[in-house]
Design a protein around this ligand. Sequence first.
Ligand SMILES: [Zn+2]
Length: 148
Amino acid sequence: MTTTTKTAVPKPVPVPDEASAPFFDGAMRGTLMLLRCRECATFLSPIPGIGAPLRPRCVACFSGDLEWAPSSGRATLYSFVIMHQLYDEAFAQDVPYNIAVVETDEGVRLTSQVADCPNEALEVGMALEVTFERMSDDVAVPKFRPAT
Ligand SMILES: [Zn+2]
């Protein structure tokens, strides 16, 4: 009889660039950093969407004068799906896992994941708080867990 040992495939790790460095530096310190408009104080997603201008602008007043600012880390679960299909071997140990859209107290919606919570217990509107998963020596990514 032959046995084969499957080597675990590592998960992809984000590679910070100049534009995203403040976000990832904050994550390594345990702080969720968001963009904030200096003109009207509206908070913005740190991750420009598809079709976003190369230089992000405020969604409320269109100012390009933005700064990085810490989030409270508090959020609610806005929406979620449970992934049962395995698209990437690196996630084989996680299936089924959740992909969540959370809305921070600052009004910013982020695609993330709810950790430390069984998928069956997920409920739209539940209170969450940010937590960070260390992906490598230099990179951590924000996730959310039920608020304590
Ligand atoms: Zn603004």
